[in-house]
Write a protein that binds this ligand. Structure first.
Ligand code: NAG
Ligand code: NAG
Ligand code: NAG
Ligand code: NAG
Ligand code: NAG
Ligand code: NAG
Ligand code: NAG
Ligand code: NAG
Ligand code: NAG
Length: 601
């Protein structure tokens, strides 16, 4: 589920001849509701010698003694830990455990919640009775509950699955998921639990699927592609690298990993879920493989790359291979998807400019072997463009830039200078993140933005007019990061408030002044971006007759205006009608993005 996310989205698809136009849509912006689901649901990657952190998000109810243990009989080889719950002698009433979720648990009586866990009695007993699986307010009011049967003779792991139908929808999010037993009946006994799960309905009812509200927001943006597994979250160390095969199949077989940004990734959102998500939204996947470099600084030596290249081959086969020829592809088929997923571009690493010296041999070995194995796929290089020179010559590059609003406006012509020679470019991560040119990655006090502002959005939009104009060589572009839980930001600003209009045909026009402040692009729809605070008059001269009225979608506001959780509608696009002709003037307000939709007569 989308709870620990920094997934760069790729939301403009610009194929060689189909051009785009971009607008900013802040009506789609909203506060991501505080979360659902269980935190630390399977004790993945926790340190049992530090019980405080191992028990993160869990608490005892009515005196139960909780310990995260390294199980002598683990529920699976992937999940060595379990939660040992001892009911004290002399206990009475309902005794058990609670989980506070990720920043709370949103409970809605319109939804049924699927709940499950594994349990076993490490010491057999004659107990036979129920456990109550429920949702409660912070003060213990029961919002919904379901009784399941437990047996003291169950010394092997058994999964219990049930559904909770809440009877009220509390305003508060500070609710708990609880499992309780009759303290009197079980006094002195111990039950071990593993791999809890709690799910509301998901987008398209996919198992381990996406949160409906977020998925619908993204779906409404009509994204064309999605980059996965996402940015630099490929591994700080070789051991903790993202490995596709650790993220597929039953949840109980997914070990999880310490992600690159410090928190534990459950990998409940695994490769199959990502690819299904792409298919559900009609998006192409741009899929990365780990390229022998860990972000912490380790590169695999030239002679030792073989197993890692093989793991990349297996990963690609899982996505697109023939089930009769590859075990990985057969695994995909066994999960219900015999057909290949929509993947055509493979990124070899991510931001490998961090290890440019070793990328030369890593790129060489990975791309040569993978291209020979998958002649139909195209491979992207991720070091600085043309530096170092890579062999074989990359067909595609992924370029990232985090800069100031004015940098984006001033560099809207950057791709105009690129040679037209068959090499293509993916603007894989870009965002205006700070107004302070001397300290791009500084804190908010140094100009770092928390949310996109009108100034940053118009700078980016100006840059995007350049992407559009150069879409014969820039085949895709995406703002990054995609999503942010407002309660726990790790990076700002994030997307969620952008939309796009796609034109079908790029119409060459007088070029904007590269060092100016007003930018435009003419496609079947026309967009104008004004990056300064004063209005700017633009006269259009069209090579064809048009109807006398056009639709104007205008997004404008003060330089520092942002849509924020407390003020989600500060900047809203306004739609109006304007009068146009074959030659017409348009006055773009300060800090504005305008989309003019004209109809040919
Ligand atoms: C912006 O997004 C909202 C919500 O998805 C949608 O209703 C609206 O039509 C969009 N506006 C524009 C200008 O595309
Ligand atoms: C509860 O869920 C229903 C159906 O998904 C939705 O329409 C409603 O807005 C939700 N209520 C709250 C308070 O989120
Ligand atoms: C709910 O969880 C919070 C956080 O762990 C805890 O402080 C509170 O006591 C819990 N309430 C109940 C009724 O379990
Ligand atoms: C669950 O069982 C307990 C007794 O063990 C009972 O009090 C309670 O009403 C039952 N709850 C449900 C939802 O059936
Ligand atoms: C919840 O359980 C029902 C019944 O087994 C199932 O149809 C549904 O797909 C499950 N939902 C999720 C999100 O797994
Ligand atoms: C995934 O594959 C790697 C080797 O490619 C292997 O070391 C690891 O054990 C596998 N993980 C699982 C869960 O099978
Ligand atoms: C690869 O491309 C060729 C030519 O377009 C096509 O005939 C073939 O089916 C493709 N193979 C796969 C595995 O997609
Ligand atoms: C295209 O031009 C760039 C920049 O001059 C160069 O680095 C690259 O190798 C060229 N690509 C091809 C296919 O010749
Ligand atoms: C822009 O042009 C229009 C029409 O020519 C004119 O009425 C208006 O005063 C001009 N605005 C500015 C700010 O120059």
């Amino acid at each position: 589920m989308l709870t620990t996310l920094s997934i760069p989205l790729l939301f403009l698809w610009i194929s060689a001849n189909a051009q785009i136009t971009v607008t900013v849509n802040d009506t789609a912006s909203h506060t991501i509701p505080s979360t659902l689901l269980l935190q630390n649901r399977a004790f993945q990657m926790v340190d049992v010698t530090d019980q405080t952190s191992a028990l993160n998000a869990w608490h005892s109810l009515n005196g139960a003694q909780l310990t995260v243990i390294e199980e002598t009989v683990p529920v699976s080889s992937a999940l060595p830990n379990a939660l040992s719950v001892t009911i004290p002698s002399g206990a009475a009433g309902q005794v058990g455990i609670g989980n506070e979720g990720y920043f709370g648990i949103k409970v809605n009586s319109s939804n049924a919640y699927n709940a499950s866990f594994f349990y076993r009695f490490p010491t057999a007993s004659s107990f036979s009775g129920t456990a109550t699986v429920g949702l409660q307010t912070s003060t213990g009011q029961i919002l919904g509950a379901s009784n399941v049967t437990l047996s003291g003779s169950q010394t092997d792991w058994l999964q219990v699955i049930t559904t909770i139908q809440p009877n009220t929808t509390p305003d508060s999010l500070t609710n708990n998921f609880t499992v309780t037993v009759n303290g009197g009946a079980l006094a002195g006994q111990t039950i071990n639990f593993a791999m809890f799960s709690l799910f509301p309905p998901t987008f398209k009812n996919r198992p381990n699927g996406m949160r409906v509200d977020i998925a619908e927001t993204l779906s409404a943006m009509a994204p064309s592609f999605f980059r996965l597994p996402g940015g630099n979250n490929l591994g700080q160390t070789v051991a903790t690298r993202w490995q596709w095969n650790n993220t597929v199949g039953p949840l109980v077989d997914r070990p999880g990993r310490v992600g690159d940004w410090g928190y534990i990734n459950t990998d409940g959102l695994g490769l199959f879920e990502y690819l299904t998500w792409c298919e559900d939204l009609n998006m192409q996947a741009i899929m990365a493989v780990w390229s022998g470099f860990a972000l912490g600084g380790t590169s695999i030596a030239e002679d030792d790359l073989g197993p890692y290249i093989q793991q990349a081959i297996d990963q690609i086969n899982f996505a697109v291979g023939d089930p009769t020829e590859s075990d990985a592809a057969a695994l995909r088929a066994s999960l219900g998807h015999p057909d290949p997923f929509p993947v055509a571009h493979i990124e070899i690493g991510n931001e490998d400019f961090f290890a440019a010296d070793t990328y030369t041999y890593r790129w060489n070995q990975f791309s040569t072997t993978l291209q020979a194995t998958f002649p139909n796929l195209t491979f992207l290089a991720t070091s600085d463009t043309f530096d170092p020179v890579l062999t074989p010559n990359p067909a595609e590059w992924d370029i990232h830039v985090y800069q100031t609003p004015s940098w984006f406006a001033e560099n809207s012509f950057i791709y105009d200078g690129f040679e037209r020679n068959g090499t293509h470019y993916f603007e894989g991560e870009y965002a205006a993140i700070s107004t302070n040119a001397n300290d791009i990655f500084g804190t908010p006090a140094d100009g770092r933005l928390t949310f996109p502002t009108m100034q940053s959005s118009t700078g980016e939009a100006a840059f995007m007019t350049g992407l559009e104009r150069n879409s014969d060589i820039v085949f895709a572009a995406s703002y990054a990061p995609l999503l942010n839980h407002v309660v726990d930001s790790q990076w700002t600003p994030n997307l969620v408030s952008f939309d796009l209009n796609r034109g079908d045909e790029y119409l060459p026009s007088t070029l904007p002044d590269a060092s100016g402040t007003t930018f435009w692009g003419v496609v079947r729809k026309t967009s104008v971006v004004n990056t300064i605070g004063t209005a700017s008059n633009v006269t259009f001269q069209l090579p064809f007759l048009v109807e006398g009225t056009a639709t104007l979608q205008l997004l404008t506001g003060a330089e520092t205006d942002s849509n924020t959780p407390t003020s989600p509608n500060t900047v809203q696009p306004q739609t109006s009608t304007i009068t146009v002709d074959q030659t017409f003037a348009y006055n773009a307000p300060g800090f504005s993005v305008s989309v003019l939709s004209l109809t040919t007569a």
